[in-house]
Design a protein around this ligand. Structure first.
Ligand code: NAD
Length: 258
């Protein structure tokens, strides 16, 4: 139980990595706020799993592209649980688009969710954490679900790479500014993980073959390959860890060839 009695928000937690993190956090002893945009049924399944682990859960519908909804998500957490200890800004989107065809709508869609939404989720959580630090001397944990593409390019995903590249320096900047409030900020950078976001890749045998050839550990990741490092970064054990990125990619990043 590495997160006993902690209060965590995981954005975009009705599916994929976010859902696995929410369920793992509950098994580690945390109460968890589950956020979704459209998939209420899947969010309800995640809530069931949190409760089956013996923890309290709360499901909040909120579009991470809408700053007022992001703030409402965090404020509702504090109203319900009295505080927020951990923010995992996980919600994200991507869509293959050749760079010469990226229009303003595509650019804004990606940036508003992956970068702007993540920033305001972190900032709103940090405001509560900073107040708590002033009152009780306890800070908090912010974790961005970035990507190997904060570091390496991804053809047909220029806007996605720019959003994750933005998270790389956002993490460093927040870590430097918020350290004196004992708020740590870190990035988790998955490689290819089996989740709905990767449906186009997972249905293409040629692309899987290429990917495996570039992955020293020789397989595609599972969501539970990612939850361990997120749990560590959220835990007391990671109290002196801030401003860094942690790659969970089977070695892809340093073996990548375009
Ligand atoms: P996923 O599609 O299952 O998860 C993304 C989640 O974000 C979904 O639950 C979706 O509903 C939610 N979401 C999207 N737009 C939203 C919005 N406007 N408001 C609220 N929620 C919204 O895929 P995933 O792989 O679990 O992705 C989770 C995160 O991990 C993303 O940030 C993604 O970029 C990152 N990531 C994934 C991989 C991978 O290979 N799966 C690799 C690197 C990074």
């Amino acid at each position: 139980m590495r997160l006993k009695d902690q209060v965590a928000v995981v954005t975009g937690s009705s599916t994929g990595i976010g859902r696995a993190v929410a369920e793992r956090f509950a098994r580690e002893g945390a109460d968890v706020v589950i956020n979704y945009r459209k998939s209420a049924d899947e969010a309800a399944e995640c809530l069931k799993a949190v409760e089956a682990a013996g923890r309290r859960g709360l499901v909040v519908q909120a579009d991470m592209a809408d700053v007022s909804a992001v703030r409402r998500l965090v404020d509702q957490t504090v109203e319900e649980f009295g505080r927020i200890d951990i923010m995992v800004a996980n919600a994200g989107v991507e869509k293959e688009t050749p760079v010469l065809e990226i229009d303003e709508e595509h650019w804004d869609w990606i940036m508003d969710i992956n970068l702007k939404g993540a920033f305001f989720a972190a900032q709103t959580a940090a405001k509560h954490m900073a107040k708590r630090f002033d009152a009780e001397g306890v800070g908090g944990r912010i974790i961005f679900m970035s990507s190997v593409h904060e570091e390496i390019p991804f053809p047909l995903h220029a806007a996605y790479c720019a959003s994750k590249g933005g998270l790389k320096l956002l993490c460093r900047g927040l870590a430097v500014e918020l350290g004196h409030k004992q708020i740590t900020v870190n990035n988790v950078c998955p490689g290819a993980i089996k989740t709905p976001i990767n449906a186009p890749l997972l249905s293409n045998k040629e692309r899987i073959k290429d990917l495996l050839a570039q992955t020293p550990l020789g397989r595609i990741g599972e969501t539970d390959d990612v939850t361990g490092i997120v749990t560590f970064l959220a835990s007391e054990e990671a109290r002196f860890v801030t401003g860094s990125s942690y790659f969970v990619d089977g070695g892809l990043t340093w073996h990548y060839e375009e």
